[in-house]
Design a protein around this ligand. Structure first.
Ligand code: PHE
Ligand code: NA
Length: 436
């Protein structure tokens, strides 16, 4: 039996988690929600949920993985070993399937981003009808090549393993991402008319706090943005050494992820306002609105290149985490080498995603199904199994192992009742609202 891989240290682990957390959710959802749900007022529920609740989910997933030294399937099986190990393994398969589902559609978007990075690099936005172009590109066989390229790039990183692949690339990509976002923010804020956008974001519309939907969206954002699904952060936790500080790692991951969201909003919204456009949610923002802005802005060529490069880093670092989940599962369950598992997962993920390449309606349905049902179910299951089946006081011990500021006894009822109930509420609200 080979020794389990580990991170080289604290910084490597945190940067890998920051890379996993920061992704499309930060770029194309957060800035839009900030504007749509009350500007600075939205930050109130968002901060409460992300620092007060989602951070607990991170500690849970990190400690669950570390305590069992396994990904979700093996970890669930271990916890159920005296009762019903095969039930445990079966339950643990759900979060792995959910995160693998995210991988399948996310990697398609990574392909679009790679294509747009090349378009920016070759100065191709100029003279292009971008809205029309995107309509023709996404949902068309032309995107398959880029989908394949995204899979190969991710595979190349994951195949190198935890230290040489995942950790090393994140150590380069994450600092660079923040530097790029800061440069882009300065450009955006110095555009004529940018201050309108700043006002839009920062003048709080407190009345929005009276609308339940604001709180619902902040809650959904908080859980999704730090990748709570019972498998993704759990597998990164499983490579942790026993002496690393989990509570402070979780808080730092939340803090960096939140900073990235705010920075991205300060890049996107002022530029959108400066050009008199509408801030949009989702793919149109990245693939239509922003390219149109780069086309028109002074220095648009270089800033377009830097922008899409930053999105490549944000998205690839999440794709790597998403791919690692089924890869670890195959290595652990089927005793395959990392190389073989990575190859199988890459091939399977690509092939299952193929029908989505050419049919945007299916793409949307698939992404909705995975993010509304599977991911929140995985988050609830992991929390329930760790806090209720494994036991909340053992869970607290595991979280506190190596921590300089250990959680007190008060935390146990909070985790066992409040956090698990909130995770369940996220699931229910997602179904009711059709996605949060
Ligand atoms: N946190 C990632 C993002 O914001 C998405 C994600 C969710 C990844 C759930 C894994 C699991 O883009
Ligand atoms: Na995120």
């Amino acid at each position: 039996m080979n020794q389990r891989e580990t991170w080289t240290g604290r910084i490597g682990f945190i940067l890998a988690c920051v890379g996993a957390a920061i992704g499309l959710g930060n770029i194309w959802m957060f800035s839009w929600r900030l504007g749509a749900y009350g500007g600075a007022a939205f930050l109130v529920p968002y901060f409460i949920f992300v620092f007060g609740l989602a951070s607990t989910g991170l500690m849970e997933e990190f400690a669950f993985g570390r305590s069992q030294q396994k990904g979700a399937i093996g970890a669930f099986e271990n916890v159920f070993k005296d009762k019903n190990p095969s039930l445990g393994a079966t339950l643990g398969t759900l979060p792995v399937l959910g995160v693998s589902g995210v991988f399948i559609f996310y990697i398609i978007v990574v392909g679009w981003i790679l294509k747009y990075f090349v378009l920016a690099l070759t100065n191709s936005f100029v003279g292009m009808d971008i809205a029309n172009y995107f309509g023709q590109f996404a949902g068309n066989s032309a995107s398959i090549l880029w989908h394949a390229l995204a899979v190969i790039l991710t595979l190349a990183i994951v195949k190198l393993g935890v230290q040489k692949g995942i950790e090393k690339t994140n150590k380069f990509m994450m600092p660079t991402l923040f530097i790029l976002l800061i440069i882009l923010m300065i450009r955006s804020l110095t555009l004529g008319g940018a201050m309108e956008g700043v006002k839009f974001m920062l003048v709080p519309d407190w009345s929005k706090l009276l609308q339940p939907v604001t709180w619902v969206m902040a809650l959904g954002q908080a859980f999704f943005t730090v990748s709570l699904g019972g498998a993704a952060m759990l597998v990164y936790g499983s490579y942790l050494r026993k002496d690393e500080d989990i509570p402070s790692s979780a808080l730092q991951t939340v803090a960096f992820n939140t900073s990235a969201s705010l920075l991205a909003a300060f890049v996107i919204i002022p530029a959108v306002f400066a050009f008199g456009l509408d801030p949009q949610a989702g793919p149109p923002l990245l693939f239509i609105t922003l390219p149109n802005i780069f086309k028109a802005m002074p220095g648009g060529y270089i800033f377009g290149v830097l922008f899409f490069l930053s999105i490549v880093f944000a998205a690839i670092s999440s794709a790597v985490n998403l791919m690692e989940v089924p890869v670890e599962a195959m290595m652990d369950r089927l005793n395959l080498s990392r190389g073989k598992s990575t190859l199988i997962v890459a091939l399977l993920g690509f092939i299952i995603g193929l029908p989505l390449d050419t049919n945007m309606a299916w793409f949307g349905k698939f992404a909705d199904f995975v993010t509304i049902y599977l991911v929140p179910i995985g988050a609830v299951l992991a929390a329930f199994v760790f806090f209720w089946v494994y036991g909340v006081s053992k869970a607290r011990q595991e979280i506190n192992r190596g921590s300089s500021r250990p959680l007190g006894k008060w935390w146990e009822p909070f985790a066992k009742y409040v956090f698990v109930a909130v995770a369940l509420i996220v699931l229910i609200l997602g179904v009711v609202y059709g996605g949060i």
